[in-house]
Design a protein around this ligand. Structure first.
Ligand SMILES: Cc1cc2nc3c(=O)[nH]c(=O)nc-3n(C[C@H](O)[C@H](O)[C@H](O)COP(=O)(O)OP(=O)(O)OC[C@H]3O[C@@H](n4cnc5c(N)ncnc54)[C@H](O)[C@@H]3O)c2cc1C
Length: 322
């Protein structure tokens, strides 16, 4: 399938690119590695007038270690480079594992961190060819007031299927959004919206330029459940973090339109500890808390069971870490 006609713009500096966005942001689609955008364009899920390539902008490249121990990761860094990066591996091995979990090595050689954090939401109905979709009619994601996954919903239930947000959210990462009007910083945890159509709070004139990961002595594990590690999108992921005093944080991915921070399960693990019975209790709470719906690969009941299993496996791994 051919790409729809579009202009291709490759600015030399971030300011130049932000100028293009401020003039015609809604007609522009940012291009990182292009591993997702080009698929979606071929399927006519998006037909931007302009593709704005940002992956070689110097301001978006490089990993820096700051004196306070934070890592500053440019949004155009390729996932393959990040998965192998010495500072990422030595400080946050579970984050390196999340980078390495995305797709295949071929894809990671192209794909950028910014592209993964902004990956468009996915749905068994919408992520098909235009002809396939036309047979059933439009949906919320294609501008029609209907959903072919859950007929009663008013908000799109397409899934955030990106592998890297849960680990970065668990690590309290912040991001910078740049526009011609200035810069703003926010917690990655506050970036996502539980709406498959407008799934982040990014404005169309903004670029995500960097991710700051603060230092921590806490333990972190990342687990991805999927059919074939090494190529497939996740059925579900979890990042679990535990401090020396027992404070626990649990973040699930790929089970809804946004990453889910599990509150009740984390409170149980924090307050009662990680004996087998308490892990079971926390895992059961996760199953009830999630509120998942059927979409992508598996039915809702399977997704709830998977959430329970991911929490059980993650808490057990945290407890058994040397
Ligand atoms: C075979 C295959 C398997 C895959 N498996 C996985 C998987 O297992 N896990 C997974 O997470 N993904 C998977 N993907 C999806 C995709 O390849 C990755 O998510 C990848 O990280 C996207 O990065 P990219 O730079 O190529 O994004 P692009 O395709 O360039 O962009 C993706 C989206 O992000 C926006 N964007 C890009 N950079 C920025 C920025 N700096 N600021 C704001 N918006 C930006 C783009 O406009 C676009 O909307 C797979 C893709 C393929 C083809």
């Amino acid at each position: 399938m051919l790409l729809p006609a579009h202009d291709y713009v490759k600015p030399r500096t971030l300011e130049e690119g932000l100028g293009v966005l401020s003039r015609s942001g809604a007609a522009v689609r940012l291009l990182g590695g292009g591993t997702d955008v080009t698929f979606n364009m071929r399927n006519r899920l998006m037909q931007p007038a302009v593709l704005l390539s940002i992956r070689e902008l110097p301001e978006l490249l490089g990993v820096e270690e700051w004196p306070d121990g934070s890592l500053r990761i440019g949004a155009a860094c390729r996932l393959a480079d990040l998965a192998a990066h010495q500072a990422v591996n030595s400080r946050h091995p579970a984050l390196a594992a999340a980078f390495k979990a995305v797709a295949s090595s071929h894809v990671r050689n192209m794909a950028t961190l910014g592209g993964n954090l902004n990956l468009d939401t996915r749905c068994w109905y919408a992520n098909q060819t235009q002809e396939w979709r036309a047979a059933k009619g439009g949906c919320l994601k294609t501008g029609v007031d209907a959903c072919h996954v859950v007929a009663s919903v008013k908000t799109c239930v397409a899934i955030n299927n990106a592998d890297t947000p849960p680990a970065l959210i668990a690590l309290d990462a912040t991001i910078t959004l740049a526009s011609a009007g200035g810069r703003r910083t926010l917690r990655l945890a506050d970036y996502y919206r539980a709406d498959g159509v407008t799934h982040t709070v990014r404005r169309t004139d903004e670029v995500l330029t960097e991710v700051i990961v603060p230092p921590t002595p806490d333990r972190l594990v990342f687990i991805k459940d999927t059919a074939r590690l090494g190529i497939d999108f996740a059925y579900g992921t979890i990042a679990a973090r535990r401090a020396a005093d027992g404070r626990t944080r649990l973040v699930l991915g790929s089970l809804g339109p946004a990453p889910v921070v599990l509150r009740r399960a984390a409170v149980i693990a924090t307050q009662r500890g990680l004996a087998d019975t308490h892990i079971e209790e926390a895992a059961e709470a996760a199953r009830e808390d999630l509120g998942v719906v059927s979409n992508l690969y598996t039915p809702a009941a399977y997704k709830r069971d998977l959430a329970r299993e991911l929490v059980r496996r993650a808490l057990t791994a945290l407890r058994d870490m040397p």
